[in-house]
Design a protein around this ligand. Structure first.
Ligand code: BEZ
Length: 401
Protein backbone atom coordinates (compact mmCIF):
# COMPACT_ATOMS: atom_id res chain seq x y z
CA UNK A 1 0.00 0.00 0.00
CA UNK A 2 1.41 3.43 -0.90
CA UNK A 3 1.41 6.32 1.60
CA UNK A 4 -1.31 8.06 -0.36
CA UNK A 5 -3.51 4.95 -0.44
CA UNK A 6 -3.04 4.53 3.30
CA UNK A 7 -4.02 8.16 3.84
CA UNK A 8 -7.15 7.85 1.73
CA UNK A 9 -8.28 4.61 3.38
CA UNK A 10 -7.80 6.19 6.83
CA UNK A 11 -9.92 9.12 5.78
CA UNK A 12 -12.59 6.75 4.40
CA UNK A 13 -12.61 5.00 7.75
CA UNK A 14 -12.94 8.29 9.58
CA UNK A 15 -15.92 9.23 7.40
CA UNK A 16 -17.75 6.28 8.89
CA UNK A 17 -16.64 6.73 12.46
CA UNK A 18 -16.80 10.42 13.41
CA UNK A 19 -19.41 12.95 12.43
CA UNK A 20 -16.92 15.80 12.71
CA UNK A 21 -14.45 13.84 10.62
CA UNK A 22 -17.15 13.16 8.01
CA UNK A 23 -18.08 16.82 7.64
CA UNK A 24 -14.56 18.08 7.26
CA UNK A 25 -13.04 15.12 5.46
CA UNK A 26 -15.64 15.12 2.65
CA UNK A 27 -15.44 18.90 2.30
CA UNK A 28 -11.68 18.71 1.89
CA UNK A 29 -10.45 20.34 -1.32
CA UNK A 30 -6.70 20.75 -1.74
CA UNK A 31 -5.68 24.41 -1.70
CA UNK A 32 -3.69 26.08 -4.41
CA UNK A 33 -0.23 26.79 -2.92
CA UNK A 34 -0.64 30.55 -3.43
CA UNK A 35 -3.92 30.54 -1.49
CA UNK A 36 -2.42 28.34 1.20
CA UNK A 37 0.30 30.98 1.59
CA UNK A 38 -2.28 33.64 2.43
CA UNK A 39 -4.32 31.62 4.93
CA UNK A 40 -3.32 31.53 8.57
CA UNK A 41 -0.90 28.78 9.54
CA UNK A 42 -2.72 26.41 11.88
CA UNK A 43 -0.92 24.76 14.79
CA UNK A 44 -2.85 22.12 16.67
CA UNK A 45 -2.01 21.77 20.37
CA UNK A 46 -3.09 18.56 22.07
CA UNK A 47 -2.24 19.25 25.71
CA UNK A 48 -3.78 18.67 29.15
CA UNK A 49 -5.65 21.76 30.39
CA UNK A 50 -7.50 19.86 33.13
CA UNK A 51 -6.49 17.14 35.59
CA UNK A 52 -3.20 16.25 37.28
CA UNK A 53 -1.08 17.51 34.33
CA UNK A 54 -3.02 20.78 33.75
CA UNK A 55 -0.23 23.08 34.97
CA UNK A 56 2.21 21.38 32.58
CA UNK A 57 -0.09 21.97 29.59
CA UNK A 58 -0.60 25.62 30.50
CA UNK A 59 3.13 26.31 30.88
CA UNK A 60 3.95 24.67 27.55
CA UNK A 61 1.21 26.69 25.81
CA UNK A 62 2.07 30.02 27.43
CA UNK A 63 5.78 29.65 26.69
CA UNK A 64 4.99 28.82 23.05
CA UNK A 65 2.87 31.97 22.90
CA UNK A 66 5.74 33.95 24.42
CA UNK A 67 8.24 32.65 21.85
CA UNK A 68 5.84 33.37 18.99
CA UNK A 69 5.08 36.87 20.31
CA UNK A 70 8.83 37.60 20.51
CA UNK A 71 9.01 36.67 16.81
CA UNK A 72 6.36 39.31 15.99
CA UNK A 73 3.51 36.79 15.98
CA UNK A 74 4.40 35.67 12.48
CA UNK A 75 5.70 32.37 11.10
CA UNK A 76 7.73 32.93 7.96
CA UNK A 77 5.84 36.19 7.53
CA UNK A 78 2.39 34.59 7.93
CA UNK A 79 -0.23 34.96 10.62
CA UNK A 80 -1.02 31.82 12.57
CA UNK A 81 -3.71 30.34 14.74
CA UNK A 82 -3.27 27.97 17.70
CA UNK A 83 -6.01 25.35 17.83
CA UNK A 84 -5.98 24.16 21.46
CA UNK A 85 -7.60 20.88 22.49
CA UNK A 86 -7.67 19.46 26.03
CA UNK A 87 -6.09 15.99 25.91
CA UNK A 88 -7.24 15.36 29.52
CA UNK A 89 -4.05 13.22 29.61
CA UNK A 90 -6.34 10.41 28.50
CA UNK A 91 -4.88 7.87 26.07
CA UNK A 92 -8.36 6.47 25.37
CA UNK A 93 -9.35 9.79 23.78
CA UNK A 94 -6.02 10.44 22.06
CA UNK A 95 -6.80 9.00 18.61
CA UNK A 96 -10.13 10.83 18.33
CA UNK A 97 -8.55 14.07 19.54
CA UNK A 98 -5.66 13.77 17.07
CA UNK A 99 -8.14 13.20 14.25
CA UNK A 100 -10.11 16.27 15.34
CA UNK A 101 -6.98 18.35 14.83
CA UNK A 102 -5.53 16.74 11.69
CA UNK A 103 -8.68 15.82 9.79
CA UNK A 104 -11.21 18.17 11.42
CA UNK A 105 -9.26 21.40 11.90
CA UNK A 106 -6.74 20.56 9.12
CA UNK A 107 -3.81 21.87 11.11
CA UNK A 108 -0.49 22.44 9.32
CA UNK A 109 1.53 21.42 12.37
CA UNK A 110 0.71 19.36 15.43
CA UNK A 111 2.25 19.70 18.90
CA UNK A 112 1.90 18.26 22.42
CA UNK A 113 1.18 16.07 24.34
CA UNK A 114 2.35 15.65 27.96
CA UNK A 115 1.32 12.03 28.55
CA UNK A 116 3.33 9.20 26.96
CA UNK A 117 0.22 7.08 26.28
CA UNK A 118 -1.39 9.99 24.42
CA UNK A 119 1.86 10.51 22.48
CA UNK A 120 1.90 6.94 21.16
CA UNK A 121 -1.58 7.27 19.63
CA UNK A 122 -0.90 10.79 18.36
CA UNK A 123 2.45 9.92 16.75
CA UNK A 124 1.01 6.85 15.02
CA UNK A 125 -1.70 8.90 13.28
CA UNK A 126 0.58 11.86 12.58
CA UNK A 127 3.06 9.51 10.96
CA UNK A 128 0.39 8.02 8.71
CA UNK A 129 -0.97 11.45 7.79
CA UNK A 130 2.45 13.05 7.29
CA UNK A 131 1.63 16.05 9.52
CA UNK A 132 4.80 17.61 10.93
CA UNK A 133 4.57 16.94 14.66
CA UNK A 134 6.65 18.35 17.49
CA UNK A 135 6.32 16.47 20.78
CA UNK A 136 6.71 19.13 23.47
CA UNK A 137 6.83 16.88 26.54
CA UNK A 138 5.85 13.18 26.45
CA UNK A 139 8.94 11.01 26.82
CA UNK A 140 7.60 7.71 25.37
CA UNK A 141 10.79 6.01 24.15
CA UNK A 142 9.12 4.45 21.09
CA UNK A 143 8.31 7.83 19.53
CA UNK A 144 11.98 8.35 18.64
CA UNK A 145 12.80 4.66 18.41
CA UNK A 146 10.70 2.08 16.54
CA UNK A 147 7.82 4.52 15.86
CA UNK A 148 10.08 7.29 14.60
CA UNK A 149 9.18 9.02 11.35
CA UNK A 150 10.64 11.76 9.18
CA UNK A 151 7.86 14.14 10.24
CA UNK A 152 8.04 13.39 14.00
CA UNK A 153 10.29 15.58 16.19
CA UNK A 154 10.63 15.88 19.96
CA UNK A 155 11.88 19.01 21.75
CA UNK A 156 11.70 17.51 25.24
CA UNK A 157 13.44 14.22 26.22
CA UNK A 158 13.00 10.47 26.10
CA UNK A 159 12.01 8.70 29.31
CA UNK A 160 15.24 6.72 29.14
CA UNK A 161 17.39 9.81 28.65
CA UNK A 162 16.62 11.56 31.94
CA UNK A 163 16.60 8.47 34.21
CA UNK A 164 19.47 6.25 33.09
CA UNK A 165 22.02 8.84 34.37
CA UNK A 166 20.39 8.78 37.82
CA UNK A 167 20.86 5.01 38.04
CA UNK A 168 24.57 5.45 37.38
CA UNK A 169 24.81 8.35 39.83
CA UNK A 170 23.08 6.51 42.68
CA UNK A 171 25.35 3.47 42.23
CA UNK A 172 28.36 5.83 42.21
CA UNK A 173 27.16 7.15 45.56
CA UNK A 174 27.42 3.68 47.06
CA UNK A 175 23.67 3.02 47.35
CA UNK A 176 23.01 -0.71 47.05
CA UNK A 177 19.32 -1.55 47.64
CA UNK A 178 16.66 0.74 46.21
CA UNK A 179 12.87 0.71 45.81
CA UNK A 180 11.31 2.50 42.84
CA UNK A 181 7.76 3.85 42.76
CA UNK A 182 5.75 5.39 39.94
CA UNK A 183 2.44 5.55 38.11
CA UNK A 184 1.54 2.43 36.17
CA UNK A 185 1.75 3.65 32.57
CA UNK A 186 4.34 3.90 29.80
CA UNK A 187 6.27 6.91 31.15
CA UNK A 188 6.52 5.57 34.70
CA UNK A 189 7.52 2.09 33.61
CA UNK A 190 10.11 3.36 31.12
CA UNK A 191 11.59 5.79 33.66
CA UNK A 192 12.03 3.23 36.42
CA UNK A 193 13.31 0.77 33.78
CA UNK A 194 16.00 3.22 32.62
CA UNK A 195 16.93 4.01 36.21
CA UNK A 196 17.23 0.29 36.93
CA UNK A 197 19.44 -0.25 33.86
CA UNK A 198 21.93 2.39 35.05
CA UNK A 199 21.75 1.30 38.70
CA UNK A 200 22.27 -2.41 38.04
CA UNK A 201 25.16 -1.65 35.69
CA UNK A 202 26.80 0.13 38.61
CA UNK A 203 26.25 -2.86 40.92
CA UNK A 204 23.00 -1.82 42.66
CA UNK A 205 19.85 -3.90 43.12
CA UNK A 206 16.19 -2.85 42.87
CA UNK A 207 14.27 -4.53 45.70
CA UNK A 208 10.81 -3.72 44.40
CA UNK A 209 9.13 -1.64 41.67
CA UNK A 210 5.88 -0.23 43.05
CA UNK A 211 3.27 0.71 40.43
CA UNK A 212 0.37 3.01 41.37
CA UNK A 213 -2.64 3.36 39.01
CA UNK A 214 -2.55 6.66 37.04
CA UNK A 215 -3.54 9.32 38.16
CA UNK A 216 -4.13 7.98 41.69
CA UNK A 217 -2.61 10.03 44.54
CA UNK A 218 -3.47 7.81 47.49
CA UNK A 219 0.05 6.76 48.48
CA UNK A 220 -0.36 5.59 52.10
CA UNK A 221 -0.23 1.86 51.41
CA UNK A 222 2.82 2.34 49.16
CA UNK A 223 4.63 4.38 51.81
CA UNK A 224 3.94 1.72 54.42
CA UNK A 225 5.41 -0.89 52.09
CA UNK A 226 8.51 1.25 51.45
CA UNK A 227 9.04 1.67 55.19
CA UNK A 228 8.84 -2.09 55.72
CA UNK A 229 11.36 -2.82 52.91
CA UNK A 230 13.94 -0.47 54.49
CA UNK A 231 15.82 0.38 51.25
CA UNK A 232 18.94 2.58 51.13
CA UNK A 233 16.96 5.05 48.99
CA UNK A 234 13.80 5.47 46.89
CA UNK A 235 13.67 6.45 43.21
CA UNK A 236 10.34 7.98 42.08
CA UNK A 237 8.62 9.40 39.02
CA UNK A 238 5.49 11.50 39.48
CA UNK A 239 4.72 14.86 37.90
CA UNK A 240 2.34 17.80 38.29
CA UNK A 241 -0.23 17.62 41.09
CA UNK A 242 0.69 13.96 41.76
CA UNK A 243 4.34 14.91 42.41
CA UNK A 244 3.26 17.58 44.90
CA UNK A 245 1.17 15.05 46.80
CA UNK A 246 3.80 12.27 46.76
CA UNK A 247 6.67 14.44 48.03
CA UNK A 248 4.50 15.89 50.81
CA UNK A 249 3.15 12.48 51.84
CA UNK A 250 6.68 11.01 51.83
CA UNK A 251 7.89 13.70 54.24
CA UNK A 252 4.75 13.57 56.42
CA UNK A 253 5.11 9.79 56.76
CA UNK A 254 8.52 10.47 58.31
CA UNK A 255 10.36 8.65 55.51
CA UNK A 256 12.48 11.52 54.20
CA UNK A 257 14.67 11.66 57.30
CA UNK A 258 15.34 7.89 57.14
CA UNK A 259 15.31 7.00 53.42
CA UNK A 260 16.67 9.60 50.96
CA UNK A 261 14.32 10.42 48.09
CA UNK A 262 15.65 10.52 44.52
CA UNK A 263 13.75 10.86 41.29
CA UNK A 264 13.28 12.01 37.74
CA UNK A 265 13.39 15.82 37.79
CA UNK A 266 9.64 16.08 37.16
CA UNK A 267 9.21 15.16 40.83
CA UNK A 268 10.32 18.66 41.87
CA UNK A 269 9.90 20.78 38.72
CA UNK A 270 7.15 23.40 38.71
CA UNK A 271 6.07 21.99 42.07
CA UNK A 272 8.43 23.47 44.68
CA UNK A 273 6.18 26.24 45.96
CA UNK A 274 3.40 23.75 46.69
CA UNK A 275 5.79 21.15 48.15
CA UNK A 276 7.50 23.62 50.51
CA UNK A 277 9.99 22.19 52.99
CA UNK A 278 8.93 18.61 52.15
CA UNK A 279 11.03 18.83 48.95
CA UNK A 280 14.24 20.07 50.62
CA UNK A 281 17.11 17.64 50.00
CA UNK A 282 15.39 15.66 47.22
CA UNK A 283 17.87 14.69 44.46
CA UNK A 284 16.77 14.53 40.84
CA UNK A 285 18.16 14.37 37.29
CA UNK A 286 16.76 16.43 34.43
CA UNK A 287 17.75 18.18 31.19
CA UNK A 288 17.02 21.55 32.82
CA UNK A 289 17.37 23.44 36.10
CA UNK A 290 15.96 26.86 37.00
CA UNK A 291 19.33 28.25 38.02
CA UNK A 292 21.34 27.40 34.88
CA UNK A 293 23.68 30.31 34.30
CA UNK A 294 23.28 30.64 30.49
CA UNK A 295 22.15 34.16 29.44
CA UNK A 296 19.36 32.56 27.35
CA UNK A 297 17.96 31.04 30.55
CA UNK A 298 18.02 34.27 32.56
CA UNK A 299 16.39 36.20 29.74
CA UNK A 300 13.72 33.53 29.18
CA UNK A 301 12.84 33.21 32.86
CA UNK A 302 12.41 36.97 33.20
CA UNK A 303 10.26 37.19 30.07
CA UNK A 304 8.08 34.23 31.12
CA UNK A 305 7.54 35.69 34.60
CA UNK A 306 6.63 39.05 33.08
CA UNK A 307 4.20 37.51 30.59
CA UNK A 308 2.44 35.07 32.94
CA UNK A 309 3.22 36.08 36.53
CA UNK A 310 4.47 32.51 37.07
CA UNK A 311 7.95 31.01 37.37
CA UNK A 312 9.23 29.11 34.33
CA UNK A 313 9.92 25.40 34.65
CA UNK A 314 11.07 22.57 32.38
CA UNK A 315 7.67 22.41 30.65
CA UNK A 316 7.80 26.11 29.81
CA UNK A 317 11.31 25.66 28.38
CA UNK A 318 10.10 22.83 26.13
CA UNK A 319 7.16 24.92 24.90
CA UNK A 320 9.48 27.84 24.19
CA UNK A 321 11.90 25.62 22.25
CA UNK A 322 9.00 24.15 20.27
CA UNK A 323 8.18 27.70 19.18
CA UNK A 324 11.85 28.36 18.30
CA UNK A 325 11.94 25.26 16.12
CA UNK A 326 8.80 26.29 14.24
CA UNK A 327 9.91 29.90 13.87
CA UNK A 328 13.33 28.92 12.47
CA UNK A 329 11.97 26.33 10.03
CA UNK A 330 9.12 28.51 8.75
CA UNK A 331 11.57 31.38 8.20
CA UNK A 332 13.76 29.07 6.09
CA UNK A 333 10.83 28.16 3.78
CA UNK A 334 9.47 31.74 3.78
CA UNK A 335 6.16 30.65 5.28
CA UNK A 336 5.42 27.83 2.85
CA UNK A 337 3.92 25.36 5.31
CA UNK A 338 3.39 22.88 2.46
CA UNK A 339 7.14 22.58 1.83
CA UNK A 340 7.31 19.48 4.04
CA UNK A 341 10.68 18.20 2.85
CA UNK A 342 12.40 21.56 3.29
CA UNK A 343 10.74 22.09 6.67
CA UNK A 344 11.94 18.71 7.89
CA UNK A 345 15.45 19.47 6.62
CA UNK A 346 15.44 22.83 8.43
CA UNK A 347 14.27 21.24 11.67
CA UNK A 348 16.90 18.52 11.44
CA UNK A 349 19.61 21.17 11.11
CA UNK A 350 18.22 23.41 13.89
CA UNK A 351 20.76 24.70 16.40
CA UNK A 352 19.76 27.39 18.87
CA UNK A 353 20.47 28.63 22.37
CA UNK A 354 17.80 26.99 24.47
CA UNK A 355 17.40 28.12 28.10
CA UNK A 356 18.69 24.59 28.91
CA UNK A 357 21.85 25.15 26.81
CA UNK A 358 22.84 24.37 23.24
CA UNK A 359 21.32 21.22 21.86
CA UNK A 360 20.77 19.57 18.55
CA UNK A 361 18.67 16.66 17.29
CA UNK A 362 19.91 13.10 17.06
CA UNK A 363 19.21 11.25 13.81
CA UNK A 364 15.96 9.97 15.34
CA UNK A 365 14.83 13.58 16.06
CA UNK A 366 15.30 13.56 19.85
CA UNK A 367 17.47 16.27 21.49
CA UNK A 368 21.05 15.44 22.45
CA UNK A 369 21.44 17.22 25.78
CA UNK A 370 23.20 17.41 29.13
CA UNK A 371 21.39 15.83 32.07
CA UNK A 372 21.91 17.76 35.29
CA UNK A 373 22.09 16.47 38.85
CA UNK A 374 19.96 18.70 41.07
CA UNK A 375 19.22 18.97 44.77
CA UNK A 376 16.38 21.00 46.24
CA UNK A 377 18.06 23.69 48.36
CA UNK A 378 16.19 26.64 49.84
CA UNK A 379 13.20 26.09 47.59
CA UNK A 380 15.27 25.84 44.41
CA UNK A 381 16.37 22.99 42.13
CA UNK A 382 20.08 23.78 42.57
CA UNK A 383 22.46 22.29 39.99
CA UNK A 384 25.09 20.29 41.86
CA UNK A 385 26.68 18.68 38.81
CA UNK A 386 26.20 17.21 35.36
CA UNK A 387 25.06 13.61 35.79
CA UNK A 388 25.87 12.86 32.15
CA UNK A 389 26.99 15.13 29.32
CA UNK A 390 25.42 15.19 25.83
CA UNK A 391 23.07 12.28 26.47
CA UNK A 392 21.59 10.82 23.30
CA UNK A 393 18.70 8.36 23.41
CA UNK A 394 19.90 5.11 21.74
CA UNK A 395 17.19 5.52 19.07
CA UNK A 396 17.02 1.72 18.85
CA UNK A 397 14.89 0.42 16.00
CA UNK A 398 14.47 3.80 14.35
CA UNK A 399 16.39 2.93 11.22
CA UNK A 400 17.82 6.43 10.96
CA UNK A 401 19.53 6.52 14.38
C1 BEZ B 1 5.02 11.40 30.19
O1 BEZ B 1 3.92 10.85 30.30
O2 BEZ B 1 5.80 11.11 29.27
C2 BEZ B 1 5.41 12.47 31.17
C3 BEZ B 1 4.45 13.17 31.86
C4 BEZ B 1 4.82 14.16 32.74
C5 BEZ B 1 6.15 14.49 32.91
C6 BEZ B 1 7.11 13.78 32.21
C7 BEZ B 1 6.74 12.77 31.34
Amino acid sequence: MTDMQRKISRRELLKNTTAAGLATATAFVPMHPAIAQQAKVKIGLLLPYTGTYAALGHNITDAMKLGLAEAGNRLGGREFELVQLDSEADPAKAAANTNKLIVGAKVDFLSGPVHSGVAMAMAKIAREEGTITIISNAGANAVTREMCGPNIFRTSFSNWQVCFPMGTEMARRGLKRVVSVTWNYAAGKEMIGAFREGFEKGGGAVLKEILVPFPNVEFQANLTEIASLKPDAVFAFFAGAGAVKFVKDYAEAGLKARIPLYGAGFLTDGTLRAQGSAAEGVFTTLHYADGLKAPANTRFREAFKKATGRDADVYAVQGYDTAQLLIGAMAKVKGDSGATKALIGAMEQARFDSPRGQWHFSKSHNPVQDVYLREVRNGDNAVIGVAQKAVSDPGTGCGTA
